[in-house]
Design a binder for this molecule. Structure first.
Ligand SMILES: [Zn+2]
Length: 380
């Protein structure tokens, strides 16, 4: 084994040599035993570089190269900066240089691998982003589908509701039919009588069809006027209003609406009994036309109610007491029979007229009596 070495002397100068016994040679330099060497006069010395070789020739070659270098190259070698020593690198230091290059290329490779890994990580992150977006869009889509489904549900519920309503209406009309049949049966219990009645009714209807008048004999006018008078009584008793009552029936004799005066209670100048009954009927029929219907009212209709009756296309009006102050069915005006209307109304007055006017007179007497009593109290 052979070594090339560099020593730094006390004055900062360098000395290079080669040996096959490194430890012994360094000791000789330290002690000044090599008399022809300049280190003898410049002790102590410091070993700053050692390189091992397989043969004496290699070690000698290396020593000669180092001796030929300027100070900065020697210091580069000592500092391990082999890249600054191209000549040396090509000979003795080639393996060292190669190793260094290898390490550098490995480092570069490692950096490249690292970069790739980072790239992949960022691609992965990007992928995750894309995935998340896709999920978001899917969830938005699902939400949209939900909203759509709800809307459909509501539509189907609405349709169901309409069905139920239609059924209820059907049932009501069946019920009305049944009541009508029952009433017919009650009025004429014997089948023979019923047969006669039906045939008479058919005849009547044929006649009426020709004349354009409504049926009016299912329930007698008097019977229904009594009912209207009962409503008039409620007007007086419950609301302390002028006792007028009204009932509207359809062509089958079914009651569509009832009403009594509500002017004072509802602060409404139009709330006459006839109007109240027509409003109820309109709501029930879901129609402002009351074709073929008959209105029963305990007092002759005023001009307002008469016009409403014409607008509603009511076929027949039956009233009880005449109203010589505002009656519009012949007493003051004759609006229901006026030929200038497109629609003509059949009018029947005087049904239970005495009872109706007695009730009205009593009401007004009672009112005047009260007024008198209040006046007397005030005077006292
Ligand atoms: Zn009126």
């Amino acid at each position: 084994m052979f070594w090339t070495y560099i020593l730094r002397c006390k004055d900062g100068s360098y000395y290079s040599g080669h040996t096959d016994a490194l430890e012994y040679r360094i000791a000789q330099h330290q002690q000044g035993d090599i008399s022809n060497c300049h280190t003898h006069a410049r002790r102590p010395v410091e070993v700053v570089y050692v390189q091992e070789f397989g043969t004496r020739e290699e070690a000698f070659l290396a020593e000669r190269q180092i001796k030929g270098w300027r100070r900065d190259k020697k210091e580069a070698l000592i500092a391990g900066r082999l890249d600054l020593l191209p000549t040396l690198a090509r000979t003795a230091y080639e393996p060292v240089l190669r190793q260094a290059q290898d390490e550098r290329s490995k480092a570069a490779e490692a950096r490249s691998v690292l970069r790739q890994a980072q790239d992949e990580r960022s691609k992965e992150a990007e992928g995750r982003n894309v995935l998340r977006q896709a999920q978001d869009e899917r969830s938005k889509e699902a939400e949209g589908r939900n909203v759509l489904r709800q809307a459909q549900d509501e539509r189907s519920k609405e349709a169901e509701g309409r069905n139920v309503l239609r059924q209820a209406q059907d049932e009501r009309s069946k019920e009305a039919e049944a009541r009508s049949v029952l009433r017919q049966a009650q009025h004429e219990p014997s089948k023979e009588a019923e047969g006669r009645r039906v045939s008479r009714q058919a005849q009547d209807e044929r006649v009426r069809g020709a004349e354009g008048s409504p049926p009016n004999d299912f329930v007698s006018d008097e019977f229904l006027m009594r009912r209207a008078l009962a409503l008039a009584e409620r007007a007086e008793r419950e609301d302390d209003e002028i006792p007028v009552g009204a009932i509207l029936i359809d062509a089958d004799g079914d009651i569509l609406g009832e009403g009594w005066n509500r002017n004072i209670a509802e602060h409404d100048p139009t709330a006459h009994a006839e109007i109240m009954a027509m409003r109820a009927a309109g709501r029930r029929l879901a129609n402002h036309r009351m074709v073929g219907c008959t209105l029963y009212v305990t007092l002759e209709p005023c001009a307002m109610c008469a016009m409403a009756i014409v607008h509603a296309r009511i076929a027949r009006v039956v009233y009880a007491a005449c109203d010589p102050k505002t009656g519009a069915a012949g007493s003051v005006f004759d609006l229901l029979a006026d030929p200038r209307h497109n629609h003509r109304v059949e009018v029947q007055g005087g049904v239970l007229a005495e009872e109706a006017s007695a009730r009205l007179s009593n009401y007004f007497c009672r009112k005047r009596g009260k007024a008198v009593r209040v006046e007397r109290k005030a005077r006292r």
